[in-house]
Ligand binder design. Sequence first.
Ligand code: C5P
Length: 436
Amino acid sequence: MLTGKRILLILSGGIAAFKCHDLIRRLRERGASVRCVMTPAATKFVTALSLQALSEDKVYSDLFSLTDESEMGHIELSREADLLVVAPASANILARMAQGLADDLATTVLLATDKAVLVAPAMNVRMWLHPATQANVETLRARGVAFIGPNEGAMACNEYGPGRMSEPLEIVAAIEAYFMGRLPASEPPSLISGPSVIRMAPETMGGAIAHRPLVGRRAIVTSGPTREAIDPVRYISNHSSGKQGHAIAGALAALGAEVTLVTGPVSVADPAGVKIVRVDSADDMLAACRAALPADIAICAAAVADWKVRNAAHGKLKKVPGAAPPALELVPNPDILATLSASGPQRPALVVGFAAETENVVANALAKRERKGCDWIVANDVSPATGTFGGDRNTVHLVTISGVEAWPTLAKDAVAEELARRVVRHFDKGGAAAAS
Ligand code: C5P
């Protein structure tokens, strides 16, 4: 996807600069070329030699180098790039960019460029949250500079919070998103006010995790449609195939979780290594979920019918010639997700719902997360054109309290695996109050 793309990687001073070795590797694996520019401070953290070895290109840092200027002037540096990436971006370089300073090669290139700029901030949490930095970020954002991160987490300075540079694969995702025409330049960087949307690209999903990290965790997954009886032979249902829910159950089990899959009637194969409870109605699904408690994780992927028929007939309703068709009275079904999300001693530590929407996917998902009381919502567009219902692929947004991630269209198995990895990371972080 990045074949032939030329990235000018500008490193400013920060401990996160060491991640640029991996970033360069990942970009080059994908066919991009990388040329590095370092600020003087960056040279204190990584060597030009290592960047040169990995990029297989000259590394530039001196604004006043006659040799460099004769070989490759600072204007050429940006002219010959398709995208400028500032990573790590220190508070200092953000301030200099916002002010339009050009007091070293990096800032001179940034001021002289007419190319898109993507910034991956990395700094101490207080520096990031300082109003001066936030004002600089706002200024840059208003000028069309795009941001990726920073992430929240433990920092080299022994503090915790937003300020960690995004991981190399996240930065690669943002770069790919740019070349796909989807860089969220006009959206606020994460963790300032309200959720920002971080777009993820296929190759960036994943990442190493320990072997079977969910051993000892219990999970409940609901999947498929429910059937609400009209009479013994007729029912109300929907087109849910169960593919996504079953894949999630399988992915959690593959990582070692003890999974109970509560499924409505589906024709997909049972995933390996899970306990299957087959149900028809929403009432039965809720009862089966309750019976599977306690659990650490609940993922409600079932397309539960919203209504059931009051007093479903015990015998088959007869078609009487000339008589009016039977009037069905519908009553609401229990909300399984909301029930499992309700606080109490048996509430699973992590409750995840799905939001199948045909419009305003993100806005509706945000509202649904609040309304249902769950921790995460996986929102998917099920408008008929997407082919999500019954199809093998899914395009989802992951909505958490920290923000919104737009995932690329992935196979449902890949969505499941990525979600399972997110679950692992959530518990790795201590499962802190559903905050991530
Ligand atoms: O309210 P809505 O059906 O849009 O919410 C979707 C989410 O809620 C899904 O996670 C679905 O599994 C769950 N849900 C549920 N019980 C219901 C309705 C929806 O668990 N009765």
